[in-house]
Design a protein around this ligand. Structure first.
Ligand code: VGL
Ligand code: ZN
Length: 210
């Protein structure tokens, strides 16, 4: 079945940044391989939004900010459990830049997230305290956009949380799985897929997008 793209559809391209690609600070296996797929996909959308993970140095989510802890440990933040990551996407560094080969000149908005020193933000809509909004839901509504297609990195973190929040905010949501790659810590890719099924989030593929 082909999904026809119209004027109320938006492609949200999540965190296609150097640090999430091989050689970067928090490399997602095959992360760079989504770029040509997303470039081709984006041409089918009139409306495209990009997100950019954008942390200050010594961010709460960095293992290096917590002596005695290692990357992928979980700590208790003020808002609940928080996975610790290698340093990544530090504001105004090369690692935080969007991939140079990402070719989406008509993208209308770049949402930066995770810039508060003490709150991480996986989702493009809400930070990890689950209450601080990024403003994206309001933007999409004001632009008359009703269906969100999600692509990018990482499937099991920022794509997952963005898709779930979009659904909760009342948007229809399709995750384009061949335009995503996952980190996969403690079976998190399977958890993401299970959650999509349970929340009514559709999983699609680029060859089914018309
Ligand atoms: C992400 C972990 C930490 C992501 C961002 O883009 O999925 N994951 N920061
Ligand atoms: Zn991050």
């Amino acid at each position: 079945m082909t999904i026809k793209i119209g004027d109320s559809d938006v492609l949200v391209v999540i965190d296609v940044q150097n640090d999430f690609c091989p050689g970067g600070g928090l490399p997602v296996p095959e992360g760079d391989q989504v770029v040509p797929t997303i470039n081709a996909l984006a041409r089918r959308f009139r409306h495209v939004v990009l997100t950019q993970d954008w942390h200050p140095a010594r961010h709460l989510s960095f293992a290096s900010s917590h002596p005695g802890h290692r990357p992928y440990d979980t700590i208790e933040a003020a808002y609940g459990p928080q996975v610790l990551w290698p340093d990544h996407c530090v504001q105004a560094t090369l690692g935080a830049e969007l991939r140079a080969d990402l070719d989406i000149p008509h993208a209308a908005l770049v949402i930066r997230k995770g810039f508060r020193p003490h709150i991480d933000s996986y989702s493009a809509f809400y930070e990890n305290d689950r209450t601080t909004p990024t403003g994206l839901a309001g933007y999409l509504r004001e632009r008359g956009l009703a269906r969100v297609f999600a692509a990018g990195l990482a499937l099991d973190f920022c794509v997952r949380y963005s898709a779930e929040d979009a659904k909760r905010e009342g948007f229809d949501v399709v995750v384009i799985e061949d335009a995503c790659r996952g980190i996969d810590v403690s079976d998190s890719v399977k958890a993401a897929r299970d959650s999509f099924g349970a929340s009514g989030i559709a999983i699609g593929r680029t060859d089914a997008i018309g």
